[in-house]
Design a protein around this ligand. Structure first.
Ligand SMILES: C[S@@+](CC[C@H](N)C(=O)[O-])C[C@H]1O[C@@H](n2cnc3c(N)ncnc32)[C@H](O)[C@@H]1O
Length: 327
């Protein structure tokens, strides 16, 4: 416990010092640099600067470029600004019981998510590749609901040229979706459907797979049950619903992360929470899905993949016809 507190404080101070001394800004400008170059440019001493760079590399913020250089992997300034301003509202949330951002309303999400979704995609990139491996082989039509920067559908599309994706999100967010999809070189296989998933008219059953990545944790149980019922009608018989979200864990280190994540949800939603596998299964079953299964995803976040299928009555009828003919 004390070790975790120790790590939390030291990491926060390492990030703060990197920002305040101009190290982060210099690396963002100059790219791969040695400790001596960073120290020289920022007016610092080389030995402690070298250890700071090593610590940032171990945190996954920088990539070591042998023999002695480091280049930025994530935009630390952007990350720390967003994270710090979000967590700074915790005290107000504890006092008022209200979030400072309403990411669980269409208007609030339209304002909040355009700058946030690329960071989410970074954070979940390993989990997205892991999901694509678990769903393979898959080729077909995909509806990515609440697509954001499209980490999940992009991983599927990257894994198989037969994947064709429609990204559904609020119009203000879809501009960022398009940018990220184009940057991944996947523009030709992606279409876009702007709208509020709760009120827009959804396409008739045309999709083989509906992805719902990091969306359910924003809403209360009744809203999620309703969402799954709506999405079922967009899937062809035999089609798959794939939900990805953070799940509770028994592992002590994961429990800390999940508890912090769930606390953080109240900074941006009124009723958002981390739901159990049983919650997802109950909503999916009530919406008419069958063949439910859950698998954990790789990566530094504690995400799981819950899949469920629309029963295929045609296949059942075909099977019973065949058995009558054979019998
Ligand atoms: C937590 S983000 C997840 C983004 C992406 N799926 C990911 O995992 O990185 C939630 C996404 O749902 C979208 N969203 C929220 N409410 C929505 C609504 N009512 N209709 C359509 N999209 C919505 C947001 O704009 C945002 O892109």
């Amino acid at each position: 416990m004390i070790a975790r507190l120790h790590d939390a404080f030291s990491i926060a101070e390492v990030v703060r010092a990197a920002e305040r001394t101009g190290v982060t800004a210099f690396l963002a400008r100059a790219g791969a640099s040695s400790a001596a170059e960073v120290a020289d440019a920022c007016g610092l001493v080389a030995v402690p600067t070298g250890r700071l760079l090593t610590a940032l590399a171990e945190l996954g913020v920088l990539v070591p470029c042998p023999p002695d250089r480091f280049r930025p992997l994530v935009d630390l300034t952007r990350w720390s600004t967003v994270m710090a301003s979000s967590w700074a509202s915790l005290e107000a949330c504890l006092r008022s019981g209200r979030p400072t951002v309403s990411a669980d309303t269409a208007a609030g999400a339209a304002e909040f998510y355009p700058t946030v979704v690329p960071r989410l995609a970074d954070r979940f990139s390993t989990a997205a590749s892991s999901m694509a491996r678990l769903l393979a082989p898959f080729a077909g039509r995909v509806l990515d609901v609440g697509a954001g920067a499209a980490p999940w559908s992009a991983a599927l599309a990257a894994a198989d040229p037969g994947v064709r994706v429609t990204c559904l999100d609020l119009p203000q967010v879809l501009a960022e979706t398009r940018r990220c999809v184009a940057a991944a070189g996947l523009a030709e296989r992606f279409d876009y459907l702007p709208g509020d998933v709760f009120t827009m008219s959804l396409p008739a059953p045309v999709y083989d797979l509906v992805l719902l990545g990091n969306v359910c944790h924003l809403f209360d149980p009744a809203t999620n049950a309703l969402l799954l019922r709506r999405l079922r009608d967009t899937l062809v018989p035999g089609g798959t619903l794939a939900i990805v979200d953070v799940l509770p864990s028994a592992d002590p280190a994961a429990r800390v992360r999940v508890a912090l994540y769930e606390l953080g949800l109240l900074l941006r939603t009124t009723r958002g929470q981390v739901y159990s596998i049983e919650d997802y299964e109950a909503w999916a079953w009530a919406a008419g899905f069958r063949e439910l299964s859950t698998r954990l995803l790789d990566g530094p976040v504690d995400a799981g993949l819950i899949t469920a299928r629309v029963p295929d009555d045609r296949a059942l009828r075909q099977r019973s016809r065949t058995s009558v003919e054979v019998g």
